[in-house]
Each structure stands twice: as C-alpha cells, then as structure tokens.
Design a protein around this ligand. Structure first.
Ligand code: KIV
Length: 289
C-alpha cells in the first residue's frame, strides 16, 4: 500500500531532514487502540492537549493537566509506534521558567517513553526551548494561533492579516528556530504568510489551518474522521464516523430490544435460534475459552 510508511522508527533527525521534501504526515493520538490504526500511515503522532476538548468535553485546552497528558502518552506508547511521538506540555506546566519546563518535560519523557515534547509560544518561549534542547529534550514549537492563549488573544483567530501580526510571526519563527526546535507547528496562518515563513527557516513547518505551503500537515484525528459535531473550515472529512457509529449503535439497540441479539451462534451452550449474522464477524473476534 503506497500510503503506508515503510521506515521502522522515526526519529527527530528523520523529521528534521524532511524539510522541503515529501510532505510530513501527522495526526493526533490519545490511546493505544487508535495508535495501532494510525501508526502504519503517518510519520508523527502528537499526543495533543486537544484531548481535553476532543475526549473530555472541555471547552478549551486550558484545564488539561500534566497527569492527563502522561496517561494518554503512556497509552499511545503501549502500541509501540514507529512514528515519532510528541507530547504536548499542558497550560501552566512550562511557562513560569525554563526550569519548570525542564521538570515537566523530563517527567513526560521518563514516564511515557515518548520522543519529544511540544509547547506553545515563539519569542517568549525561546529561552525555554533553548534550555530544553541543550539538556537533551527535543522540542516541537507551536506558533500562530495558540489554543492555550485564547483567553488572552480573544479567541480562535486566524493570524497574518495585519503587518504587525506578520512581523511578530517572523520574529517568533526565527526565535524558535534559533533556540533549537526540530520543527514548528503553524496554526491558523494565512497562506502567503505560511509560505513565506516556511521558506524562511531551515526546520520543517507543520500546518494546521495553515495552507498546503507547509512542509507537513497535522489534523486532530477525531475531526477528520467526522466524530465531532462541528467541523472547522480547514478540516476535510475523510470519514463520517459519527454517523457510522450512530447507525451501528442504533442497530444494536434495536436488536437487543427486539430480541434478535444475541442469536444462537452468539450464545454459549444453546440459546434460541435466530437467522441473524453479525455485520462483521472477523477471525480476530474475541472468544472466551
Ligand atoms: O493539541 C493539539 O491537538 C494540537 C494540534 C492542533 C496541533 O496542538
């Protein structure tokens, strides 16, 4: 299958070396099961703090805790992924000082076994990124629209419409590159600015709502699978699993209510006979001994 990534284990050096080459494919992952499904197809998996909004019903990523990120990171790592695994440092766990960031990042790397961390911020976090990278912590930076800062910036706003914003973005991207980040997420950036920034630096840019001009793309997996109620403009629905799952659950509920599930073949030692087959009876179906 051409979409399957052939390389065994992706490293920070592999990702960095992809600058200007074949697009880097990234998605979010929060657990072992989904990681098993995604891993053969992608180069990088982000254990994003979007877990807070996608899985835990929060309105923003701000309430996400370090313990929650570590729990999700451990689950992802149990699938033994060959993609590079990056874990988001949650809001409040790194901004106070480079030392705080190092204490948090070392806990994340030790307790999960992941490859790198991601943090939000440009110029303001450059000293911290430098402190981490010099101490052996690979850092993915995240600039542009910063979800952890929406309380301060006034919401989820596209970046790059004014000269001041464009100048600030140039300063941010230069700062994180010089500080030693191995790649940088550009979120919510208008196309001509994303193109200019991507050409400006020697590390890969990974876009989310930042046009095809970036060196790679990332989406929140649950968004692109159509699991969420609302879909932002920059997301393409590659499936509509919300509808598929709703239909399957409806069929299950109906089968339980009308007595057609479980049928004889789904019953140990007898049961009433019924002419109903499961939609997907796979050889891997779990069986009790
Ligand atoms: O938390 C997350 O999923 C992210 C991506 C949107 C880049 O930071």
């Amino acid at each position: 299958m051409s979409s399957v990534n052939p390389i065994r284990k992706q490293t920070v050096s592999h990702i960095r070396a992809r600058k200007g080459k074949a697009p880097i494919v990234c998605l979010t992952a929060y657990d072992a099961l989904m990681t098993e499904i995604l891993d053969p197809h992608v180069d990088l998996l982000l254990v994003g703090d979007s877990a807070g909004t996608v899985l835990h019903g929060a309105e923003t990523t701000i309430p996400v805790t370090l313990d929650e990120m570590i729990l999700h990171g451990r689950s992802v790592m149990r699938a033994d992924p060959k993609s590079l695994v990056v874990i988001d440092l949650p809001f409040g766990s790194y901004e106070a000082s480079p030392q705080q960031a190092f204490d948090t990042a070392s806990r994340v790397l030790k307790e999960t076994g992941a490859d790198a961390v991601k943090l939000e911020g440009g110029v303001t976090q450059a000293e911290t990124i430098n402190f981490l990278t010099e101490r052996g912590v690979p850092v993915m930076a995240h600039v542009g629209l910063r979800p952890q800062a929406v309380r301060a910036t006034g919401g989820y706003k596209i970046v790059g419409k004014t000269d001041d914003e464009r100048e600030a973005m140039r300063a941010d991207i230069d700062a994180v590159t010089e500080a030693g980040a191995f790649c940088v997420v550009l979120e919510g950036v208008i196309e001509n600015l994303a193109r200019e920034l991507t050409a400006r630096i020697e590390i890969p840019t990974i876009g989310i709502g930042a046009s095809p001009a970036c060196d790679g793309q990332i989406l929140v997996t649950h968004d692109m699978l159509g699991l969420l109620e609302k879909t932002p403009k920059f997301v393409r629905l590659f499936a509509n699993l919300r509808e598929t799952i709703g239909d399957a659950i409806g069929a299950y509920a109906e089968a339980v209510r009308d007595g057609s599930f479980p049928a004889a073949e789904e019953t140990y030692g007898g049961g009433k006979s019924a002419d109903v087959k499961p939609i997907n009876s796979s050889p891997q179906q779990r069986n009790y001994q």
